[in-house]
Design a protein around this ligand. Structure first.
Ligand SMILES: *[C@@H]1O[C@H](CO)[C@@H](O)[C@H](O)[C@H]1NC(C)=O
Ligand SMILES: *[C@@H]1O[C@H](CO)[C@@H](O)[C@H](O)[C@H]1NC(C)=O
Ligand SMILES: *[C@@H]1O[C@H](CO)[C@@H](O)[C@H](O)[C@H]1NC(C)=O
Ligand SMILES: *[C@@H]1O[C@H](CO)[C@@H](O)[C@H](O)[C@H]1NC(C)=O
Ligand SMILES: *[C@@H]1O[C@H](CO)[C@@H](O)[C@H](O)[C@H]1NC(C)=O
Length: 410
């Protein structure tokens, strides 16, 4: 019976989506009324179904059956700054069944160091100081609170961040708060005081979504593993980009000074290798729950990889999504901005760094990142000419699933 219901709901979503077109084609009012009736009945069924789900949440086995038939997922897009995650996040987050939260750990991460405190709606404050452990627990808790749609437990800085405009799921809430004026300190308290009245917009959008997606660049695989252990719905999309592209882009972004490339490349590549290795050691526990992807592959085959990404979290997609992905990657729309997801020609944008970077800088990065570069199937460049000859691909082979063995042997 459950399967039948879900099937009819699916049909229903499709019908709703295409209803505008149908009207144009001249379908009669009767058909529309019937559709509305179908929507209403399905909504009631879904409501009772969700009540039932809540009451059985602690019964093992049964729960799993419900979960898989409802195909709910808590997806962590785990990646590193300037790795193409805005694009991948926007692509998945555009689906109407996805609740997407853009970088909810930004504020907690900035509070690490003690310059600012995290402030909560209940009036309490948290000074993270230099305490990495507290940051670790706070970030696990934040992600878990989002997956459970408990936004009132997040810190006020996160709840008033302009990141809320970056996702269609949180945009209505941002507009309700009028967050764009939050930098104006005279308005800050007023905006904060409006949070409780706007919060239901977040909560209901979250509860309605089958897939909850968070994009994080401040957390790492050990936090993700912790969440996978405590929550069977959690899946991880581990997005990796050529470290040379990441580091060149970060430098242009002003993330580190001219002479910082040595230290930054070392830190980044050690972190990515550690994340891969952590997962590799536990992979038998998490079969089918972690997907490692290269950004370059998504750029090369956005339609195919996009379909696989949606499949990873059991989302149905229609042709309009293929259209959207094409618009975001190759349709020739002007590149939005530095952190915007739209690319005029995604291949051109993805490899711009090869024309801009000096060979000296690239060689320094390669020196620190050789293991990762080899492991993920990127090509090491041996000269200025190789670097700027775009016909020589920077990705020269697929990364073999057996690459995991290499890590274990090390
Ligand atoms: C947080 O604690 C540290 C160390 O105790 C202190 O130096 C810092 O000023 C505190 N930060 C705030 C914002 O109170
Ligand atoms: C206030 O909320 C925060 C975040 O949920 C929680 O960690 C803290 O313990 C709460 N403080 C009080 C006094 O209830
Ligand atoms: C947002 O706040 C600014 C500054 O107070 C105000 O000028 C503007 O009208 C507000 N917008 C909305 C939609 O309330
Ligand atoms: C893609 O772009 C075309 C041309 O501007 C537009 O007509 C179409 O609606 C867009 N499709 C989506 C899904 O955004
Ligand atoms: C994007 O740019 C690449 C490299 O210049 C080119 O080969 C490809 O045809 C372009 N794609 C589209 C759809 O314009």
């Amino acid at each position: 019976m459950a399967t039948g219901t879900i099937e009819s709901l699916r049909q229903c979503f499709y019908l709703k989506r295409y209803s505008r077109k149908m009207r144009r084609w001249g379908f009669s009012i009767t058909v529309l009324l019937l559709l509305l009736l179908l929507v209403a009945v399905s909504a009631i069924v879904l409501y009772y179904f969700s009540l039932h789900l809540k009451t059985t949440i602690n019964i093992e086995g049964q729960v799993n059956q419900f979960k898989s038939s409802l195909s709910n997922h808590h997806l962590i897009l785990l990646t590193y700054m300037r790795s193409g995650s805005s694009f991948v996040g926007a692509m998945i987050g555009a689906h109407p069944d996805v609740f997407y939260m853009y970088e909810p750990l930004w504020t907690p991460r900035r509070a690490l160091g003690g310059l600012t405190k995290l402030r909560y709606l209940n009036g309490s404050e948290l000074n993270l100081s230099e305490d990495q452990t507290t940051f670790w627990f706070t970030s696990v808790q934040v992600l878990n609170d989002i997956f459970q749609c408990r936004f009132h437990l997040l810190d006020v800085g996160t709840l008033t961040h302009t990141h809320m405009y970056r996702s269609p799921s949180t945009e209505d809430y941002a507009i309700c708060l009028n967050i764009s004026h939050v930098q104006d300190l005279t308005l800050k308290e007023e905006i904060i005081s409006k949070i409780p009245s706007c919060l239901p917009l977040l909560t209901s959008a979250c509860h309605q979504a089958k897939v909850k997606l968070v994009k994080v660049i401040e957390a790492f695989m050990d936090q993700a593993i912790n969440l996978m252990l405590s929550d069977p719905l959690v899946k991880v999309l581990h997005l990796i980009r050529d470290p040379r592209a990441v580091l060149i882009s970060r430098k242009e972004f002003g993330f580190y000074p001219e002479d910082g490339v040595g230290q930054n490349s070392w830190e980044l590549c050690v972190q990515i290798l550690r994340d891969l290795e952590l997962y590799v050691h536990k992979r038998k526990q998490f079969v089918g729950r972690v997907l490692t992807l290269r950004y370059e592959d998504i750029v090369r085959e956005p339609l195919d990889l996009g379909r696989q990404l949606y499949q990873f979290v059991d989302l149905d997609i229609g042709p309009e999504f293929m259209d959207m992905i094409w618009n975001m990657t190759y349709a020739g729309f002007p590149d939005g901005c530095n952190v915007c997801p739209v690319r005029s020609n995604a291949t051109v944008t993805a490899y711009k760094w090869r024309k801009r970077a000096s060979f000296k800088t690239v060689a320094r990065i390669q020196n620190n990142c050789l293991d990762l570069i080899n492991l993920m199937g990127y090509r090491s460049f041996t000269s200025e000419r190789e670097l700027s000859s775009l016909h020589l691909p920077a990705v020269h082979r697929n990364y073999d699933p057996r690459f995991l063995q290499v890590l274990i042997r090390k």
